[in-house]
Design a protein around this ligand. Structure first.
Ligand SMILES: CC(C)(COP(=O)(O)OP(=O)(O)OC[C@H]1O[C@@H](n2cnc3c(N)ncnc32)[C@H](O)[C@@H]1OP(=O)(O)O)[C@@H](O)C(=O)NCCC(=O)NCCS
Length: 106
């Protein structure tokens, strides 16, 4: 959770991926629209990565959509050092793929 002036400004949640050795999924990350673009998302994601490294995690995966309205989200993961590693065509809807980004934590 990220706070600004005592108010919630954003949050992230994550968990271990069953049957893997040290892989984690980022289930969701969100920053208050009024607070976006100020570095809160990058700091939240960095805090998640630091917490996971402390637990011995190896790989962090995140899924998102390929549709144009998610271009900013994909740019965020690019800017934070994530690599696009897989794509499931037409997953969410025709023409809207699931894209999977990854970052090695080691
Ligand atoms: C994605 C999200 C969490 C980013 O949080 P944020 O606090 O706005 O991001 P930051 O200000 O920390 O930006 C970090 C980097 O990502 C880049 N970035 C963030 N949003 C961007 C956008 N819309 N377009 C292009 N680049 C963007 C920034 O340029 C920045 O790069 P820099 O540090 O090199 O300048 C936020 O926009 C959000 O909550 N979006 C809606 C929910 C969502 O899509 N969640 C993910 C679901 S998979």
């Amino acid at each position: 959770m990220a706070e600004s002036d005592g108010e919630v400004a954003g949050y992230a949640c994550f968990g271990a991926t069953p049957t893997t050795d040290g892989t984690q999924d980022l289930y969701w990350i969100a920053v208050d629209p009024a607070a976006q673009g100020a570095g809160i998302g990058r700091r939240l994601l960095g805090a998640v990565e630091d917490a996971l490294r402390g637990e011995g995690a190896r790989l962090l995966l995140v899924e998102t959509a390929s549709k144009p309205s998610y271009a900013g989200t994909r740019a965020f993961y690019d800017a934070c050092g994530y690599e696009l590693v897989a794509r499931v065509p037409d997953f969410y809807a025709p023409g809207d793929d699931k894209v999977i980004y990854a970052r090695r934590l080691g």
